[in-house]
Design a protein around this ligand. Structure first.
Ligand code: AMP
Ligand code: MG
Length: 406
């Protein structure tokens, strides 16, 4: 058994970054950039109006009211055919190019157009430059607008589009498969009879991977049978990542470690000093597939995913490979002292009325209790040998990024 920090260090030392691919920008949302994006033109490409109103010479409207001749109209998208001369105004719309000769824009709200439309009365003075965005205010051609490593968030998609990045070089998303194991499992549409229980992990893993933007293939359920397990693990080895649950404890029917070893797995991590999640395995298969064999209980599987799978997926996609960040939050109840393993407890985190993070404890019966963990969006993280917590104490909390209700 090794400490969590050691397991994560081994993992990040071994998991490779990349490979990279070039994709169309519209297919690149949520990918991480492998190369910086530079703006291909000055931005904005021309001096443009910020307001609907009149392009003027500021010196013509130093004294107000000022009566100017309306020399024409400039909607957005039209290259100005006009040159503004002294004593003139040109009707201009937001986003339209500033005509040569103009050096300010007066908002339409502080003007009065004559009934014949030939003159406009300007009621407010403006300094030169007012309501004009000069060419290249935002970026010059060749400027880096997004660094390598930036994630293509919705805002960054807009930045990339602005910069003319029709194709972008990003880290490829790993392909993944997941497999749950156990003779006792029945699917959601069956009523468990006798010694059966419902297969909740398949839904847990499917939604974790979907939320991570990874297309993952379900290999269904493998019974506790080495031959069947081997076949399914082999099928999973066609992907970059295979996640399994169950079958890794000390029981006679826990065949997963033996099957992995029989297939030539290099067991990089086997047993971590965490609770729940102790039996977690990280293995590299001869073909390069990364196998994360997580324990069977749903909360153990979730903890193993957050602590090991998420960092690995992040690293493969050019991220920093860190587990979700932790913060301090006020605990609303009591927690007993911790023994020798770092401990993770599902909880509901929220910002309280004073603007501080607080966590609500759940009525939870341990790692097999998915029901008690309903609505959990965080894990309280208690260090090994931590003393008991009383209501109002601060505890360390890891938000579950895919579970935040925002
Ligand atoms: P195992 O690691 O296979 O010994 O499983 C540990 C516990 O998790 C047992 O109580 C299993 O019944 C339960 N378990 C295993 N797989 C699943 C699953 N897919 N969904 C819900 N519980 C499971
Ligand atoms: Mg089992």
């Amino acid at each position: 058994m090794i400490e969590l920090e050691e397991a994560q260090r081994i993992l990040l030392g071994e998991v490779p970054v990349g490979p990279t691919v070039t994709v169309k920008l519209r297919d690149a949302a949520k990918f991480r950039l492998a190369e910086a994006i530079r703006c291909d033109v000055d931005y904005p490409p021309f001096a443009r109006s910020v307001m609907d109103g009149y392009a003027v010479k500021a010196c013509d409207v130093g004294q107000v009211p000022a009566k100017l001749r309306v020399a024409g109209q400039l909607p957005a998208g039209l290259d100005s055919p006009l040159v503004l001369r002294a004593g003139e105004a040109i009707q201009i719309n937001t986003g339209a190019p500033i005509p040569p000769g103009a050096d300010a824009v007066v908002r339409v709200e502080v003007t009065k157009l004559s009934d014949d439309g030939l003159h406009v009365e300007i009621l407010e003075s403006v300094p030169a430059g007012k309501f004009i965005t000069e060419r290249a205010t935002y970026a010059r051609a060749g400027d880096v607008v997004l660094e390598a490593g930036a994630m293509l968030s919705p805002m960054n998609m807009a930045v990339a589009a602005t910069a003319g990045a029709a194709e972008v070089c990003v880290y490829r998303k790993p392909t993944a498969a997941y497999l749950v194991t156990g003779d006792e499992l029945v699917d959601v549409d069956a009523r468990p009879s006798g010694a059966q229980i419902r297969n909740s992990n398949e839904y847990l893993l499917a939604s974790l991977l979907t939320a991570a933007g990874i297309e993952a293939k379900s290999l269904g359920v493998a019974g506790d049978d080495p031959a069947e397990l081997r076949r399914k693990v082999e099928a999973g080895c066609e992907q970059d990542v295979l996640i399994t649950t169950g079958g890794i404890s000390m029981g006679e029917f826990d065949f997963v470690p033996r099957v992995l070893e029989a297939l030539g797995a290099e067991m990089l991590v086997h047993k971590i000093a965490i609770k729940p999640g102790r039996p977690t395995i990280v293995a590299r298969m001869p073909g390069g597939t990364w196998v994360f064999a997580l324990p069977g209980n749903p909360l153990s599987a979730l903890v193993g995913y957050e602590l090991m799978v998420r960092p690995a997926l992040s690293r493969m996609q050019g991220g920093d490979g860190k587990a979700a960040r932790e913060m301090q939050a006020i605990c609303d109840g009591e927690l007993s002292a911790v023994r020798d393993r770092q401990t993770f407890i599902p909880a509901v985190a929220r910002v309280n009325d004073d603007g501080e993070w607080a966590v609500r404890l759940l009525s939870w019966f341990g790692s097999g209790d998915a029901v008690g963990a309903a609505n959990a969006n965080a894990l309280i993280h208690r260090p090994a040998h931590a003393v008991a917590v009383t209501r109002g104490d601060k505890v360390s909390v890891m938000l579950l990024p895919h579970s935040m209700d925002v």
